[in-house]
Design a protein around this ligand. Structure first.
Ligand SMILES: NC(=O)c1ccc[n+]([C@@H]2O[C@H](COP(=O)([O-])OP(=O)(O)OC[C@H]3O[C@@H](n4cnc5c(N)ncnc54)[C@H](O)[C@@H]3O)[C@@H](O)[C@H]2O)c1
Ligand SMILES: O=C(O)[C@H](O)COP(=O)(O)O
Length: 401
């Protein structure tokens, strides 16, 4: 649980394709990328499922080049002092564009219409194609979205962009997010109506799009009870995670017409068998721009953490920033309980070391302390100092950088 990292080459392992421009960030420092390494210092990942992985003793950070971290065992990482990062907002525009595309395309029956037009090649040829097109197009008459109501559940990076742009498409927009952040609230148009309860949103929406993380609280939130409260024929867009939807209940709602269409970025065996499902192969964030944004952000955050201890955009530990001056730095994750800082500084003073600067940040049950040391530390001193800090009850992990 304790490591000395100064001067050491840090090994980075990737578990998915990560845009090269992001991985190039590691060329500017003491890093090697080695995907065969069984005990890397950090992992960069997209959607690879890490839940059954064992973590080596060197692992200090996992960066999700993307938003959702449900593929990472975050609680296990916290217990082991492994920082989990994500890249908030870096792929939001890509998802927003596909949500709005799918909203219009589903309302205009575009997916079915295009598939039907393509199928004509097998049925006829020559001028007959045009005749069949004109005769058959009536089956795909759609509805305009102008004036219709879009319900947006979750007004974070993606939801807020979708809500604002839907207003520009002349839709009425109603949003629901009991945990909205101050930053997002500032970015949200004042013309977005606020639903005080999710039931209000259900009752008024012709289209519902969901942009919340998959957690124990949101799992299965689209279920029989929810469908009962929606307008008949509502279109539901799910670019968040399949687990938000109770698929058995969705199957029934699609069959009896309660839900007119279900557009999902997470097709699986169950939903592929259902009528009126528009399956998209998880393309929400799949643009060159978004993949690059996410890869750069994830790589920079890991690099900074390994080199300086500074934490930015962690989902499990507090963010902390202490300007790095090149002095030796003690960085410790610990429980957020009284007298931890006192005990860590006590251990440092036992070695007659003087403190130059420090920061302590907390988040729920956990806290992070970084302490810069004034003196030049003899390399032989470090293992003893680490051991002493490690013995303090409540320490989760400690490094000297
Ligand atoms: N399809 C894709 O490729 C793709 C890409 C990016 C993100 N995602 C998914 O979309 C989710 C949202 O991404 P984001 O970047 O907007 O995240 P975000 O963290 O910026 O926003 C999430 C919002 O959901 C809100 N929220 C949480 N629980 C809620 C609840 N019970 N009811 C209403 N609101 C609730 C939060 O307050 C927050 O504002 C991600 O967690 C991920 O699962 C999918
Ligand atoms: O949560 C996310 O960021 C998305 O689901 C994107 O996943 P991807 O990186 O596998 O495209």
């Amino acid at each position: 649980m304790s490591t000395i990292t100064a001067g050491k080459t840090n090994t980075i392992k990737t578990l998915n394709n990560i845009a090269e421009v992001g991985l190039n960030e590691f060329k500017k420092g003491n890093f090697t990328i080695d995907d065969s390494n069984e005990n890397p210092d950090a992992v960069v990942v997209r959607s690879f499922n890490m839940h059954s992985m064992e973590f080596g003793s060197n692992l200090k950070a996992i960066a999700r080049a993307g938003a959702g971290v449900n593929n990472i065992p975050v609680d296990k990482c916290t217990e082991q002092g492994i920082v989990v990062f994500n890249t908030p907002g870096a792929n939001a525009n890509a998802v927003k564009e596909l949500v709005l595309t799918s909203l219009i395309a589903s309302s205009r029956n575009l997916f079915d219409g295009v598939a039907w037009a393509k199928s004509l090649a097998e049925k006829t040829e020559g001028e007959d194609v045009a005749k069949l097109v004109e005769a058959g197009k009536k089956q795909f008459v759609g509805k305009e979205i102008r004036g219709k109501t879009l319900g947006v559940i979750g007004l974070g990076a993606i939801g807020a962009l979708v809500a604002n742009d839907a207003l520009n498409l002349d839709m009425e927009v109603i949003g629901y997010d009991p945990f909205i952040s101050v930053d997002t609230a500032w970015n949200l148009s004042r013309n977005v109506h606020r639903a005080m309860t999710i039931e209000q949103l259900f009752a008024y929406s012709d289209f519902i799009t969901v942009h919340v993380p998959l957690t124990n609280d949101t799992k299965g939130m689209f279920n029989e009870e929810a469908f009962k409260q929606m307008k008949k024929g509502v279109h539901i867009l799910n670019f968040s995670r399949d687990g938000l939807v109770n698929e058995e209940d969705m199957g029934v709602a699609l069959k009896n017409g309660t839900v007119g269409k279900y557009i999902t970025d997470f097709p699986n065996e169950n939903v592929l068998k259902m009528e009126n499902v528009i399956p998209i192969p998880h393309l929400g964030a799949s643009t060159a721009e978004s993949e690059e944004n996410c890869a750069i952000m994830a790589s920079r955050q890991v690099k900074e953490y390994l080199e300086t201890g500074n934490v930015k955009n962690s989902v499990n530990f507090p963010n902390a920033d202490l300007p790095y001056t090149g002095k030796r730095r003690v960085a410790a994750f610990h429980m957020n309980v009284p007298n931890m800082v006192g005990q860590i500084t006590g251990a440092i003073s036992d070695y007659h070391l003087n403190i130059a600067d420090m920061v302590n940040r907390s988040r729920g049950d956990y806290a992070y302390t970084m302490i810069d040391i004034d003196n030049k530390i003899n390399g032989d001193t470090i293992p003893g100092l680490l051991e002493k800090i490690k013995q303090i009850k409540g320490i989760i992990s400690v490094r000297v950088i």
